[in-house]
Design a protein around this ligand. Sequence first.
Ligand code: BYC
Length: 473
Amino acid sequence: MPEKIDYDSKIPNNVDLSSNRRLQRALEGWQPRFMNWWSEMGPTLETHGVYLRTAVSVGREGWAHFDHVVPEDYRWGIFLAEREPGRTIAFGEHQGEPVWQQVPGEYRADLQRLIVIQGDTEPASVEQQRLLGLTAPSLYDLRNLFQVNVEEGRHLWAMVYLLHAYFGREGREEAEALLYRNSGSPDTPRILGAFNEETADWLAFYMFTYFTDRDGKYQLGTLKESAFDPLSRTCEFMLKEEAHHMFVGTTGVDRVVTRTAELMREHDTADIAAHGGIPLDVIQKYINFHYSVSLDLFGSETSTNAANYYTAGLKGRWRETRRKDDHKLTDDSAVLERPADDGTWTQEELQSILLLNLDLRGEYIADCRTGLKRWNKILADNGIDRQLYLPHPGFNRKVGVNAGYHVTPDGTIVDEHTWEKGTRRWLPTSEDLAFVRSLMHPVYERGKIASWVAPPTNGINGKPFDYEYVYLS
Ligand code: BYC
């Protein structure tokens, strides 16, 4: 497996594509359809070049190259992390056996399903974000948007490669369907709920890259443990690219909170809307929304699907190899908290293997808390006596044990009437959304920034904030 990427072929790759003519031809047949999808469903803003990162190697050092590229000319390709010699299966009933280089017949359907679900989210997010370039708060942000978009496009390539290379005709059909379904389409929507929601403004974009991309991090982390080695290696490299996406989210919300805090101090009021800032209440409602729809992406807390994937070795736990147990989980138990019809919370002890989605969600929630800590520190440093918080995991849920119950952000189970009355305080209202949208004017001048967000503390790849990250006509 070459560490370096071959950029001479039509599809850049480090999987020695030219040695498999049939596969190469099939992927070259898919390539124009991808390009067509990119031009129809990808970013609407035209540019003459964006300062983008392109992968040039999958090794640890110096894996990326930065330069101005017209997004349509970006070299989307197929990059797998290096093979780990002698890697064995870390969990489930095949624990200790060598990992698979081919798909075992009995797991074909399940593996294909996992890859299709993962693949479906990638183009979905590009579709959700396609209009954002028109209202970018700075050239720096605009560049980050394009970076995220081209890499989500590449992650689609990563899954399509697996479908074409290992799943025959069905895989090729699924690869077509990944371009056919569209975010928010009434007839052919994307598979998972959060990927059919609009990302209508830049606060939503930062929240999406903080909360929803972070679900991506955790799901990819579990697929990286997979016994199916090509999937594992694909996900490992995707995770490397994904880190920047979450950086965009974390620092994006940092910068909004910073600006809000500055305006609150300057005008000695929490009501900073009139001063061109986003009030903390609105930021909190965005957190509530994006966090709760992202929790739905973990599936049901109790899942026989997840148990079967684990036993088979298809999908592990977060940091599986660092866990100190038998990696089979047939004798372990864990506790599930669920709402009851009498308005109380009950605790149920269940086999750990049935609660793997909950386990992953727990890791995710702990990670999400780090963002809240950062944002609250920014508020405290500015002398603001208010805190942002994560709502209770039962709040606003459509999937799992909380679906069908009304749970307030503080975890109280309430009736429908109380819920309906409360939603205006807990979730963005149409007025909140319209207000945030009213702030979204493009700022395309070098070194300038919109009123509602602070500039970043550092530029990209050592460049200053006022660098010409994007060439516009
Ligand atoms: N929406 O046993 P259950 C990313 C379905 S994000 C709609 O509870 P399971 C990214 C489920 O399909 C990461 N349907 O769930 C981020 C099942 O249907 P069937 C994406 C849902 O299977 C930002 C039924 O309900 N990757 O990368 O244990 C930008 C019962 O299922 C939902 C993955 O998700 C939902 N939210 O877990 C770009 C990894 N949840 O089969 C990219 C691959 C469940 O009964 N996917 N259902 O008809 C999986 O591991 C699992 O399929 C899930 C669900 C975690 C999604």
